[in-house]
Design a protein around this ligand. Structure first.
Ligand SMILES: [Zn+2]
Length: 378
């Protein structure tokens, strides 16, 4: 199963020049080949269409004649030939029109490349593309396995911005369909609340590890000063190093515990539901909480979303992000607005239809209802 993952790239000046050159050169190759094939046909209509490998060898010849073609990504040029050949195939099968010459006047331009060396860096802020090197990027989805990348299409749109579409092979592990849809609200006391009334409590890792972390961080600071005063190099200050390792270990433990928990919840959700709607992340409900709690919560939410999106893609489920506007105010039973409520109000009764609501479950039901309207499979 292949999926295209969209992203935006931010090439620097030099890279932009090279990208635009690649568009031009790919177009040149297409037009030259097409012209050659047209002439060939006119001269002798009985000849068979040239194979892709024959056309490829003609490309090699062309590169000798026009040495500047070597300045750009060779796979992009090769792909231009391949696409031309495929267009002819479709034409012969009466599935498409006769191939046309390409114009440089059209602002939207693109090329496709397939090099094995294409890869993302560790945090997917950069992608390495042939000839261009590392290009800054922002992807709609993280956790793309570098080994699964099949091709990349680079596009310049009419707004003069540059985009990429990365074709990846997803492990084809579609889960059985359950015909169930769910809305998920993200919170603090409970990390995730579903429209079916399931609450996944927060782990409160900040509280759990606060004391220990504080204990070792204090020692770390004190031992740093101590070593400095005694003129000892920090690298050989044993007690300092011990504290440093303890702090690092605790932070890693918090990270790992959170990740395991988020994996467990998201796996459970993709196994149970076909369509999962969550709110687009908001920050307004984080007031009145300690800095550490806020950080941990927002990190958890981001990771929750990323994992869920990735798993939906990998397991053939639908992921929908919903605008959280008023999802905590509308009555999910009758649709009437019940007004803003302070955060300490955890439940309420709808003044219109008298339905008693748990605040968070009501919100997740609204998220599900909005998502239902956006779902592709409905
Ligand atoms: Zn109501």
């Amino acid at each position: 199963m292949y999926k295209g993952i969209e992203g935006k790239i931010y090439p620097n000046k030099d890279q932009q020049v090279l990208i635009n050159q690649t568009f031009g050169h790919s177009r040149f190759v297409w037009n030259q080949m097409l012209n050659m094939l047209n002439t060939r046909y006119e001269n002798n209509p009985d000849l068979n269409m040239l194979s892709f490998s024959k056309l490829s060898s003609l490309l090699t010849q062309m590169k000798k004649e026009y040495a500047w073609l070597k300045d750009v990504d060779s796979k992009a040029l090769q792909n231009s030939v391949k696409t031309l050949r495929e267009t002819f195939d479709r034409f012969f099968k009466k599935q498409s029109n006769y191939p046309r010459f390409k114009s440089g006047k059209i602002h939207k331009q693109s090329y496709k490349t397939l090099e094995r060396t294409i890869r993302f860096n560790h945090n997917q802020k950069y992608i390495k593309l042939p000839k261009l090197g590392w290009v800054k990027c922002r992807m709609s989805l993280n956790h793309i396995n570098n080994n699964n990348i099949k091709s990349v299409t680079v596009t310049r749109k009419s707004n003069n911005n540059y985009y990429i579409s990365v074709l990846v092979e997803c492990e084809n592990q579609e889960l059985p369909k359950t015909d169930k849809i769910v809305g998920v609200d993200l919170g603090l006391a409970d990390l995730a609340i579903t429209s079916d009334g399931i609450k996944y409590p927060s782990l409160y890792l900040d509280r759990k590890y606060k004391k220990q972390l504080h204990y070792w961080e204090k020692r770390l600071a004190r031992r740093r000063i101590q070593a400095k005063n005694e003129g000892i190099d920090l690298r050989s200050a044993k007690n300092y190093q011990k504290a440093r390792i303890q702090v690092a270990k605790l932070n890693q433990k918090i990270k790992d515990t959170r990740k395991d928990y988020l994996h467990k919840i998201t796996t459970e959700l993709v196994e149970t539901y076909d369509v999962i709607c969550i709110e687009d992340l908001r920050t307004s409900n984080m007031m009145k909480n300690s800095k550490l709690a806020q950080n941990i919560a927002s990190q958890s939410w981001r990771m929750f979303r990323t994992l869920l999106e990735y798993k939906c893609l990998a397991y053939g489920k639908e992921f929908i992000a919903v605008n959280p506007y008023k999802t905590s105010q509308i009555c999910s039973s009758c649709g009437s607005e019940t007004g803003k409520k302070p955060l300490n109000i955890r439940s309420f009764i709808c003044p219109e239809c008298n339905t008693p609501h748990d605040r968070d479950i009501n919100a997740s039901k609204n998220i599900r209802n909005i998502g239902l309207g956006m779902s592709l499979s409905q």
